[in-house]
Design a protein. Structure first.
Length: 501
């Protein structure tokens, strides 16, 4: 925090214990705290951030976020102002001094919530995933609130959940100096030996691995590294009762194929103001999702239900239904599988769209060769079709551009807002509901060939502003610019989050 230049911290603060106003410049607020030792908190009038004189830093408090959003919404409603804040364009910013008669500059390169990450040598894959996860709704609030308590404090250095908390707190610390996530990289090496070393890795594979390890360490304490029951990669093979697998991963940089399937609990939606859907109304310390009773399934349905309520399951897991229909027989078999992400085949042509990839994914598919029908005990031609049964809070799309022998250069258009109701048969007869709609908040991009190249991330931060995160460089970009990029991984969050408030 002290590394930030004075002109970036010249904002006005008000003491939380009295009506004293002081600026940060020349340590005026610090002098006030020295004169009044029982005064410890101040609020920035610029952005509502809370400064603690004991911590000597700005601190996160989810309740203050809730109050701030409530006041802003009241203000917007009274004056009929759109709750989506306006951000000046670069042309407008440069034109302001000419029409105002005042000579001042706006620091458009400074970002309060985006901190660059240093590349430690072919670690751009790690940097883009960390930027995406630390700006993921609900997960960000959970990590900043530091509500996770490692069951084995002595082993907390080996706990990926503890390490991600430390990384998130560093990223949101008021410091413009690039952060070096070396401890996180070391922890990954200890728990996932296939990712050890400074070779180039696949960002999607790393994302699945990190979420898998966090799930494992949130549900059971990590074993000491080097102990008999924990080899370098055992954390990946002992993720509670169910292995986490990611459906077919054609990976860039020749990473190994990883699969992911684990059970996810049902959600009872709680209304969240769509204008502030990237922030959660409930305090992170009481973060939980309310399970609801599932409707009775047909006897042929095979469902896996671990009733795991860890934050990873609550945010990222949905249910995918596959139905096999038999020709000449009314019987069909249904299987419900939890999913962590959707891996979409890229249609090999000059250009396509995310919607076209989804349409292809959920199209009926003829199964090669006849299948034995369990009802009539006769082998019959069969058709399989996927559909979405239950939507996660955060939906990850992996666009399979990279194969082991090359990479597709197909241009794939994707929307800022996504409606998934068409892929949920139960809702086809109903009008599309708000809770089935998603907003884009992170795009991971890979440039170069399948066995080499570079990753960057496009992140939506405060006030719906987009930033290009290229390792330590953080540059503001427009929404239109983001929508024209060659996406590799897309992350969307629900407009109506399933949170028990």
């Amino acid at each position: 925090m002290t590394n930030r230049s004075a002109n970036k911290l010249s904002c006005l603060l008000i003491c939380g214990h009295c009506k004293h106003f002081a600026c940060w410049h020349n340590r005026h607020i610090a002098d006030h705290f020295k004169r009044n030792s029982n005064h410890t908190l101040a609020v920035s009038l610029e952005n509502g951030e809370i400064y603690c004189s004991v911590c000597k830093d700005f601190v996160y408090y989810s309740v203050s976020d809730k109050i701030q959003r409530k006041v802003l919404n009241t203000y917007y409603s009274c004056y009929g102002i759109s709750s989506h804040p306006w951000r000046p364009s670069f042309d407008e910013i440069s034109f302001i001094p000419h029409i105002s008669g005042m000579r001042y500059s706006l620091d458009i390169t400074y970002t309060r919530s985006i901190r660059g990450l240093l590349n430690m040598g072919n670690t751009c894959f790690l940097n883009v995933v960390v930027q995406a996860l630390t700006h993921t709704p609900v997960l960000r609030e959970y990590l900043l609130a530091d509500v996770h308590r490692c069951e084995t404090p002595a082993q907390s250095k080996n706990c990926l959940a503890c390490e991600m908390i430390r990384v998130t707190q560093e990223i949101y610390r008021c410091n413009s100096t690039p952060f070096v996530p070396s401890n996180l990289l070391h922890s990954i090496w200890l728990h996932a030996s296939h990712l050890a070393g400074y070779e180039q890795r696949d960002a999607h594979e790393f994302l699945i691995t990190l979420l898998t390890l966090m799930h494992s360490h949130l549900t059971s304490p990590p074993s000491p590294i080097g102990s008999d029951n924990n080899s370098n990669s055992s954390s990946l093979s002992s993720t509670n009762e169910t292995s986490l697998v990611s459906v077919d991963s054609g990976v860039c940089f020749g990473g190994s194929n990883t699969s992911s399937a684990s059970s996810a609990s049902s959600f009872a939606p709680s209304s969240v103001d769509p204008a502030h859907s990237c922030l959660i109304d409930s305090a992170a310390s009481s973060l939980s999702l309310m399970p609801v009773t599932r409707r009775k399934r047909h006897s042929s349905v095979v469902a896996r239900d671990n009733s795991c309520d860890c934050v990873i399951h609550q945010i990222f897991f949905g249910d995918l239904k596959s139905v096999i229909s038999y020709d000449g027989c009314e019987h069909h078999s249904t299987i419900v599988d939890p999913f962590l992400d959707l891996s979409l085949d890229v249609i090999q042509r000059k250009s396509t769209s995310l919607n076209a990839c989804l349409q292809a994914y959920f199209q009926p598919e003829k199964i090669e060769g006849p299948l034995l029908c369990a009802k009539c005990n006769i082998k019959r031609p069969a058709v399989k079709q996927f559909s979405l049964l239950h939507l996660p809070n955060v939906l990850c799309f992996y666009l399979k551009r990279c194969l082991h022998d090359g990479k597709f250069s197909t241009s794939i258009s994707f929307p800022m807002d996504l409606d998934l109701a068409p892929f949920m048969p139960e809702l086809k007869a109903k009008k599309s509901l708000w809770q089935d709609r998603y907003s884009l908040y992170a795009v991971l991009n890979h440039s170069g060939q399948s066995n080499s190249g570079h990753y960057v991330a496009y992140i939506r931060a405060d006030r719906n502003a987009w930033y290009l995160c290229d390792d330590q460089k953080v540059i503001p970009v427009t929404q239109d610019y983001v929508l024209k990029t060659d996406a590799y991984v897309l992350l969307y969050h629900k407009n109506l989050l399933a949170v028990n408030s």
